[in-house]
Design a protein around this ligand. Structure first.
Ligand code: COA
Length: 260
């Protein structure tokens, strides 16, 4: 598969997607969103891929937002469609993907860029990273899940302050408030991502996908998180991963999960 605005590098059990529009600070245009969504689907279908990393090309930006040049003359109807399509094809899609997705924030993560990072299951930033939701400075609001995921991650008051001021925060502040899990020097970012992916990939992919589902259910008003957990917990007992995990423990050996 060839892409024009992203690069996909596979090094089993991890795949790294690099958003590759550095001249535009990796801003998300329609093509990039389409390619990201396609690549994620393909990687998720590959049983040998256990973790997906998403980062930006270069040392300046993860993603500096949705591509402003694409929507500056949109109508109300087009605005609604842009947001709805983005939610469905990429942002909600990532959040609910069974394969863990980690954002490696290597610079500016603004607007749609921070929303992309927040749709990932968790985030690691380099020390030079800067994050914010500057949409109100353009006369618009975050439209790829930012008004929902930011308060989930850092609390309502902090989220509203960031959204209303349109200010950026640095990586250390982002860690302090729980927006990112770790901060490392830029030259160690990929290595930290790969190490984390490696430790995830030792565990049952089926159990991990059920855990993602149960955690997400708790944030979905149409679902009951506890009920989802009970069902998913029970479903684990019917998987080969569970048999392998328990037999390996009892046999005092390392588990080799088949992922089914
Ligand atoms: N959409 C489209 N193009 C963008 C972009 C975006 N979100 N962010 C950056 N770019 C483009 C710039 O237009 C510029 O293109 P050009 O060289 O063809 O003029 C190029 O990327 C480099 O950006 P520039 O602004 O020159 O870099 P800078 O170092 O001076 O500033 C930022 C960096 C991130 C502060 C600045 O680019 C910025 O504010 N970007 C927009 C952030 C934003 O509002 N995002 C939310 C969108 S909803």
């Amino acid at each position: 598969m060839t892409y024009t605005s992203i690069e996909v590098h596979t090094d089993y059990p991890t795949a790294t997607i690099t958003i590759n529009r550095p001249a535009k600070l990796n801003a998300l245009n329609k093509e990039t969103i389409k390619e990201l969504s396609k690549a994620l689907k393909k990687l998720d279908e590959n049983n040998r891929i256990r973790v997906i990393l998403i980062t930006g090309k270069g040392e300046k930006a993860f993603v500096a937002g949705a591509d402003i040049s694409e929507f500056s003359d949109y109508s109300v109807k087009q605005g609604k469609e842009l947001s709805a399509k983005g939610h469905k094809s990429l942002f909600d899609y990532i959040e609910n993907l069974g394969t863990p997705v980690i954002a490696l924030i290597n610079g500016f993560a603004l607007g749609g860029g921070l929303e992309l990072a927040m749709a990932c299951h968790f985030r690691i930033a380099s020390t030079n990273a800067k994050m914010g939701l500057p949409e109100v400075s353009l006369g618009v609001i975050p439209g790829y899940g930012g008004t929902q995921r930011l308060p989930q991650l850092i609390g309502k008051g902090r989220a509203l302050e960031l959204i209303m001021t349109a200010n950026m925060i640095d990586a250390h502040r982002a860690k302090e408030i729980g927006l990112v899990n770790h901060v490392v020097p830029m030259e160690e970012l990929l290595e930290k991502g790969l190490k984390t992916a490696n430790s995830i990939s030792k565990n049952s992919p089926v159990a991990i996908s059920y855990a993602i589902k149960a955690v997400n259910a708790g944030f979905n008003h149409n679902m009951n998180g506890y009920k989802t957990e009970i069902d998913a917990f029970g479903d684990c007992f019917g998987t080969k991963d569970f048999k392998e995990g328990t037999q390996a423990f009892l046999g005092k050996r390392k588990a080799d999960f088949p992922g089914v």
